[in-house]
Design a protein around this ligand. Structure first.
Ligand SMILES: [Zn+2]
Length: 101
């Protein structure tokens, strides 16, 4: 068995892979975290838009932010927001440079 990293839906999972038969064993801790993520991903949250000054704000459920914080250890408050397609916005929590560095 050889150590490897498997990428799934933006997750890096530690694994052992057999070079001969390609059998994979995923690190149990990583697999557990990944399953938590899948659970969260399958949830649908309905949140309300609020007018704050000249902008609208929506609340991001705490369980999502808590989960991301656990994953990233650090997470700054800046989020990259993009009008991805008609009727859809995306938020990227990892794509903003931290200027404090
Ligand atoms: Zn094998």
């Amino acid at each position: 068995m050889e150590k490897a990293k498997i990428s799934k839906n933006g997750f890096l999972l530690r694994a052992m892979i057999c070079p001969k038969c390609n059998e994979k064993i995923i690190h149990p801790t990583d697999e557990q975290e990944y399953n938590k993520f899948i659970n969260l991903r399958n949830k649908n949250f309905v949140v309300k838009m609020r007018l704050v000054g000249n902008s609208y704000a929506v609340s991001i459920p705490k369980e999502i932010v808590s989960f991301m914080r656990e994953q990233e250890k650090i997470m700054n408050d800046m989020v990259r927001l993009c009008f991805e397609e008609a009727g859809k916005l995306s938020l990227n929590f990892m794509g903003v440079k931290n200027d404090k560095r």
